[in-house]
Design a protein around this ligand. Structure first.
Ligand code: FES
Ligand SMILES: [Fe+2]
Length: 395
């Protein structure tokens, strides 16, 4: 199903699927077990073999715009501080004082010249080096160079900040994305856009149940009859499967004007939403005039909890052709609508799903041939876990 068709042709293919009342499909219906969302052993393997092994997005670059800007991120394996350095690069550290392990930074984000420990007031520079040991004449000899903050691999690419949640790992986002997805993200120039707002939600739901719901073109008119269901066609997806990552085009209802007539050379961009799945845990939605990034992270210990983050990524005011007040009104309204759909429609459904999956006699579940991005997500996360287990066993 991998293609390299230009966008206009991919949209025409989606239109053809719509005309034929069908969608791209995989060959098989696949089974999965409810324990995939409750098993603590699998959850540990996912933390180690997925998040401790491959890059995932933690922020848009504009959220750390200036030197000394920082944010804290609860990753599945480590609590991190991510900071912009003086030279413009980014570093990520385990958010923990090297003296006796107090949490160094409690705030979600901010700007600061030093990280100062609340327990005995040791301090660290933004590059992680240990700067001050209080009362050091009594503390004793310490090799400061050996006791800076512990670094975790981080890289900025295509306007996003990516982390491998493992101090012993390396990071290569370009290689991870592969040639197709790397070229796609490069073309979007998201580094020139700005994150209008980011919000995080801690939910009592396994991260994969959450991720699944935001790759799902099959539920729209049923779970969102009065919101997204009015705007986007249900169960019509033109897929490109790149192996790890994938993307699919779903036609908006506004495209219906071309059901009977040929669109000819008419620009079709505004009649579709394009969804990108970035393995392991992100959905990037390309809307006609903005992008939306959704990320899903496992809880550090409980398989039945996760954190979702939503980012609205939009053209900067100066590139938008709008005055600031208009720009602000437009995106704040947009943000509110997105939040309402999440909280009123998706989250309650998914909480119920997690409760149900914990039933002793839940039985097996399945993914249909039409649930194409969910099939890619299953296939690839299973592969990462299996590869990690095999590598661990070979040691
Ligand atoms: S734990 Fe941080 S200074 Fe003691
Ligand atoms: Fe939904």
């Amino acid at each position: 199903m991998t293609t390299s068709l230009p966008r206009q042709d991919r949209i025409r293919r989606a239109l053809e699927l719509l005309r034929n009342e069908t969608t791209d499909k995989f060959d098989e219906v696949i089974d999965f077990a409810p324990t995939e969302f409750t098993d603590p052993v699998l959850a540990q393997d996912e933390r180690d073999h997925i998040f401790g092994t491959v890059p995932s997005i933690v922020a848009h670059s504009s959220e750390l715009a200036k030197p000394n800007d920082f944010m804290t991120v609860q990753m599945p394996r480590n609590n991190l501080i991510v900071t912009r350095q003086k030279d413009g690069s980014i570093k990520a550290f385990v958010n923990l004082c090297r003296h006796r392990g107090a949490m160094l930074e409690e705030r979600e984000k901010g700007r600061c010249r030093i990280f100062s420990c609340p327990y005995h007031r040791w301090s660290y520079d933004p590059d992680g080096s240990l700067r001050t040991i209080t009362r050091d004449t009594t503390f004793g000899e310490v090799d400061r160079a050996e006791h800076g903050l512990i670094e975790v691999p981080v890289q900025e690419r295509h306007g996003f900040v990516w982390v491998v949640d493992n101090a012993n790992a390396t990071i290569d986002v370009e290689a991870w994305l592969g040639p197709e997805m790397d070229a796609i993200l490069a073309e979007y120039r998201l580094e020139d856009a700005v994150c209008y707002q980011a919000g995080g939600f801690d939910e009592p739901t396994n991260w994969k149940l959450m991720q699944d719901a935001f790759l799902d073109g099959y539920h729209i008119q049923y779970a969102h009859p009065n919101t997204a269901g009015k705007v986007i066609h249900t169960n019509v997806m033109a897929l490109e499967d790149f192996g790890r990552h994938c993307r699919f085009i779903a036609p908006r209802k506004s495209i219906d004007r071309f059901l009977e007539e040929d669109p000819g050379d008419a620009a079709l961009d505004k009649y579709v939403t394009e969804t990108h799945f970035l393995l392991p845990n992100s959905t990037l939605l390309r809307q006609p005039d903005h992008f939306q990034l959704l990320t899903f992270r496992p809880h550090p210990s409980d398989p039945a909890q996760s954190r979702m983050e939503q980012r609205l990524i939009v053209p900067k005011v100066e590139d938008s052709g709008m005055d600031e007040a208009h720009w602000e009104r437009l995106w704040s309204k947009n943000w509110d609508i997105l939040l309402a759909v999440l909280h009123n429609e998706d989250f309650p459904l998914l909480r119920g799903s997690q409760r149900g999956m914990a039933s002793a006699d839940a039985g097996d579940m399945m993914l249909g041939r039409n649930e194409i991005a969910n099939q890619v997500f299953r296939r690839e996360t299973r592969r990462l876990v299996a590869d990690g287990r095999a590598a661990a066993a070979a040691k």
